[in-house]
Design a protein around this ligand. Structure first.
Ligand SMILES: [Zn+2]
Ligand SMILES: [Zn+2]
Length: 216
């Protein structure tokens, strides 16, 4: 017999009491809600409905989902829908991938000021890409990009970074023609060396952070 795969909800359920006893006082209201939502998602606790086949009369119970945006069960579906939508927007051109990361020292600051710091991170990344691409020294074109925030690394430690999917080329300033991007030594599309990107990004990020700090 195949054993059902272990879910995050099982881990939460199993460790809830011990976790709350030790760390409960450090949790925000929202974090408590997430814990409860993930545990109850698609269980009888959230209610449900009975689905019945009109032909054979077979019945099954479908429990309601929690719809919490941190719930892996709910997010798997949302992610599939999101991916499909983004895929339909892709142009028939090469794209490339850039990651902009914050140094670890800024992790606690970001955690305490998520809205401000993540906002700056998004803007600094986008402006860096748009500006360097527009520079005739590099590409001299208006590119498109999609940027996604990851606040956690693969080891589940807080590690804010953004992933950018960037068009390998762009529109000329007057919008009349497509300018093709260059290829890197490894034949990947790109328009500026990583060193250039990171220098500009760092400058923009620190600048905005200082300004945000001064204005409180
Ligand atoms: Zn859920
Ligand atoms: Zn990531």
């Amino acid at each position: 017999m195949m054993r059902a795969p272990l879910e995050v909800a099982d881990v939460f359920r199993d460790g809830e009491a011990r976790f709350l006893a030790e760390y409960g006082h450090t949790l925000s209201r929202e974090q408590r809600q997430v814990l409860r939502a993930v545990i109850r998602c698609r269980t009888a606790q959230l209610g449900g409905h009975v689905q019945k086949c009109d032909d054979c009369g077979h019945q099954r119970i479908q429990y309601n989902s929690c719809r919490n945006r941190h719930c892996p069960k709910c997010q798997a579906m949302a992610r599939a829908v999101w991916l499909e939508k983004r895929e339909s927007e892709l142009l028939p051109i090469p794209y490339f991938h850039v990651v902009f990361t914050l140094p670890h020292e800024l992790g606690p600051l970001a955690l305490q000021n998520k809205r401000v710091v993540y906002g700056i991170l998004f803007r600094a990344a986008a402006q860096t890409l748009l500006e360097i691409a527009a520079d005739p020294k590099h590409l001299g074109a208006k590119i498109g990009c999609l940027i996604v925030l990851h606040s956690w690394g693969q080891n589940l430690m807080h590690h804010p970074h953004v992933h950018a999917i960037v068009t390998g080329g762009g529109l000329s300033a007057d919008g009349s023609r497509w300018i093709h991007g260059k290829q890197s030594k490894r034949r990947k599309p790109f328009f500026a060396p990583g060193k250039v990107l990171s220098r500009v990004f760092r400058g923009k990020f620190i600048d905005s952070l200082k300004r945000a700090f001064r204005s409180g």
